[in-house]
Design a protein around this ligand. Structure first.
Ligand code: FAD
Ligand code: NDP
Ligand code: 3IO
Length: 385
């Protein structure tokens, strides 16, 4: 029986960030343990996202360390093909997460030689297991907890109310009156999918938004990553291109663009620009109705809006994003992560905490940011051994 080396590193979360970190540690022959609460890796992609999802950045900005996408892949990778890429990645690096293991506490013990003490609920047996390591990597994602706002009367809504993580496609909603709450990339693309499937679709837009094309995002990222063009100038160019293509958006959305540019808004406030993949045309044509914020639900199916109007719906899809729950289990970290589970240190030093604590995939730079973080973490741990 091979002796199981005590892991030098415990990685929490087997999404793309945890997988990338595992691969980079493996490249440095550093033993790790990868803990995952679900029954598979990349569950957000495999189980909790909708059918028509594509990577909305060019593939060169979405690959994980050491393995490029096949040259035959399209620029914007469909979900199924991205999952295949992850499957190949896991096989190549022989990554074996420990599944159904929810980390319930991680405590740093200065006096112990083993430093991080991680308690885990085994989803199969219900038992609490204990693991120890010198280093701990938080890879639990920006989108680890589906957020549904507290809407007065929601508990009595007579129709169906779901979060985007439960939405696959619009087939079963044909002919139904569906309200999408939230106009981020999930909400805008799901509204398009619903309209394409014959649902009577409305979407709530309550805050300023940036509407850009995938090509504009590509131009922005190339300017930033390859030519180090200052953010402010990139944002100025992107907003100008957006105005040329989409005009004054308040005419259709009832809101203006934010004062700060798309890249600045994303990095400072986590407000992502909306990549238009066809929704704008349906909003312009009136096929998708834009509504103001909702205030409550009354009388079974009626949604009350902030303009005082009340409209009946059969279905509500909450495209209201995600929160993090790191603060529920990570103890003793007063440096790296804030109450919202995001890094306090500014980029590019956001991935390294104290006492051997690291985070990966929390820099609001998507898969591109994951590759950056994972390689830095493995290099830093390697230099500490
Ligand atoms: C719908 C959607 C589309 C996206 N599209 C893109 C895109 O096109 N391009 C791009 O660059 N980025 C995109 N992103 C952003 C993000 O970069 C990627 O989704 C990527 O999957 C993030 O990977 P991750 O590993 O950081 O997080 P996740 O994929 O969320 O993985 C985190 C893992 O941690 C596990 N976990 C959480 N808490 C615990 C715990 N306490 N114990 C054990 N395990 C735990 C979860 O089960 C999960 O498997 C998208 C995000 C979403 C939600
Ligand atoms: N590759 C792709 O094609 C896709 C990528 N993504 C990515 O996944 C991540 C998550 O995106 P997404 O799921 O859209 O979540 P986001 O957090 O990006 O968007 C949430 C939206 O919900 C709105 N909202 C929240 N609460 C309310 C409320 N009470 N009433 C009305 N609106 C509300 C927010 O508006 P407000 O600003 O007013 O709070 C915001 O517009 C992002 O990084 C995104 O870029 C998502 C889908 C597709
Ligand atoms: O899609 C996401 O969640 C991402 O964070 C991908 C991403 C990386 N850099 C960006 C710049 C503008 C918009 C999205 C992204």
């Amino acid at each position: 029986m091979a002796t199981i080396q005590e892991p030098k590193v415990i990685i929490v979360g087997a999404g793309p960030a945890g997988l990338a970190t595992a691969a980079c540690l493996k490249k440095n022959s550093i033993p790790y343990l990868l803990l995952e609460k679900d029954d598979c890796y990349a569950s957000m992609w495999k189980k909790y996202s909708y059918d028509r999802l594509h990577l909305h950045l060019d593939k060169q900005f979405c690959q994980l360390p050491h393995i490029p996408f096949p040259s035959s892949s399209p620029s914007y990778i469909p979900k199924k093909e991205f999952i295949q890429y992850l499957d190949d990645y896991v096989s190549f690096f022989n990554i074996s997460p420990l599944y159904k293991r929810t980390v319930e506490s991680a405590v740093f013990d200065e006096k112990s030689t083993r430093k991080w003490n991680v308690k885990v609920r085994n989803g199969n047996s219900g038992d609490v297991e204990e693991y120890f390591s010198r280093f701990l990597v938080v890879a639990t994602g920006e989108a680890s907890y589906p957020f549904i706002p507290q809407v007065p009367g929601l508990e009595n809504f007579a129709g169906e109310a779901i979060h985007t993580t439960k939405y696959k496609n619009g087939e079963k909603f044909k002919g139904k009156s569906v309200l999408v709450v939230g106009c981020g990339n999930s909400g805008m693309e799901i509204a398009l999918d619903l309209a394409n499937h014959g649902a009577k679709t409305s979407i709530i837009v309550r805050s300023p938004i940036h509407l850009i094309s995938r090509e504009m995002a590509y131009l922005g990222l190339v300017m930033l990553s390859k030519y180090s063009v200052p953010y402010k100038l990139v944002d100025l160019i992107i907003v100008m291109l957006s105005k040329v293509k989409y005009g004054e958006i308040s005419k259709y959305y009832g809101v203006k663009r934010p004062k700060e540019g798309p890249f600045a808004s994303k990095l400072k406030y986590g407000k992502y620009p909306v990549f238009d993949v066809g929704t704008h045309q349906k909003i312009k044509s009136g096929e998708i109705q834009v509504l103001p914020a909702m205030t409550s639900i009354t009388g079974g199916n009626d949604v009350v809006l902030e303009n005082g109007k009340s409209l009946p719906f059969d279905v509500i899809v909450f495209a209201t994003g995600f929160k993090r729950t790191t603060h529920n289990w990570l103890q003793g970290d007063d440096y790296l992560l804030n109450e919202d589970g995001l890094p306090k240190p500014a980029f590019p030093d956001h991935w390294k905490g104290k006492n051997g604590l690291y985070c990966v995939g929390l820099s609001r730079r998507g898969l591109y940011g994951i590759a950056f973080d994972a390689q830095n973490i493995a290099t830093d741990i390697n230099s500490s051994l």
